[in-house]
Design a protein around this ligand. Structure first.
Ligand code: OAD
Length: 228
């Protein structure tokens, strides 16, 4: 089976009703990154940071995977598919994808601030005073700006064995995530799904200027025909 690697960003969840970060009316238009998504913000105003992620977690319960997420999951019948996502939602998994690596963490997990190896699933809100068994405050299991990206090496290794690479719904402005496609083998065909004019510096790129929920099922059909 050929190895299909998907690099996804907030745009793939936009068609499920989750706001992106940098589009008009995106999250970063309504919040300052440095107020809610940095270690400094967590130290200075933990209640605000926890609440920001509580709101995102609550929203997950009212959102569903879209046709694009489902098309990627169904491609597992034809390809070995690895999804590397910058998204902290769980829509790829809920659509049925079985190999999903979260570069920037997961909304449905929290970890201890004093014992970072303590990571557990969470369904509801977390508050100041919610502690791990060792007594450390729980925080969102999210990679904040200024923090290391522990999954980066694993992600780069996955991309380095791709036969096909798909980049969907990302503005490609946040590093190191935006540099991952550079690990793809030379001449690996790359597909970019994004309604805007985002381009990447690589040969063999096909641009699909469509919304993910429309462009992804169409591309999946084509990939199945070409490789089935
Ligand atoms: P951005 O908000 O930066 O970019 C979203 C991209 O999705 C843009 O290029 C849009 O054109 C595109 N887009 C919008 N609607 C779409 C649709 N329906 N179908 C396909 N594409 C669509 O989001 P990311 O690139 O994911 O990090 O941002 C990367 C990181 O920046 C996030 O993981 C987050 C953020 O700050 C952290 O929180 C650590």
């Amino acid at each position: 089976m050929k190895h299909l690697v998907v690099l996804s960003g907030a745009g793939v969840s936009a068609d499920s009703g989750i706001k992106t970060f940098r589009d008009a009316d995106g999250l970063w238009e309504n919040y300052r990154v440095e107020d809610v998504c940095t270690p400094e913000a967590l130290a200075a105003n933990p209640a605000l940071v926890l609440d920001f992620y509580n709101q995102r977690r609550r929203q997950l319960k009212t959102t569903q995977p879209n046709a694009g997420h489902i098309a990627i999951a169904e491609l597992e019948k034809v390809f070995k598919v690895d999804v590397i996502t910058q998204n902290v939602d769980n829509l790829h998994e809920r659509a049925g994808s079985t190999r999903v690596l979260h570069l920037h963490g997961e909304l449905t997990k929290v970890r201890s601030m004093t014992h970072p190896a303590y990571i557990c699933e969470v369904d509801g809100d977390i508050a100041v005073g919610d502690l791990c068994p060792q007594g450390g405050q729980l925080r969102p299991h999210i990679v904040f700006f200024g923090e290391a990206v522990p999954m980066l090496e694993r992600a780069a290794a996955i991309v380095s064995t791709a036969d096909l690479l798909l980049i969907a719904g990302t503005s490609m402005v946040v590093y190191p995530a935006a540099s991952l496609y550079g690990y793809a083998p030379q001449n690996c065909p790359i597909y970019v799904i994004n309604p805007d004019a985002t381009t990447i510096a690589a040969p063999n790129v096909t641009y699909i200027r469509e919304r993910f929920a429309v462009g992804m099922p169409q591309l999946a059909q084509q990939l199945k025909m070409d490789n089935g």
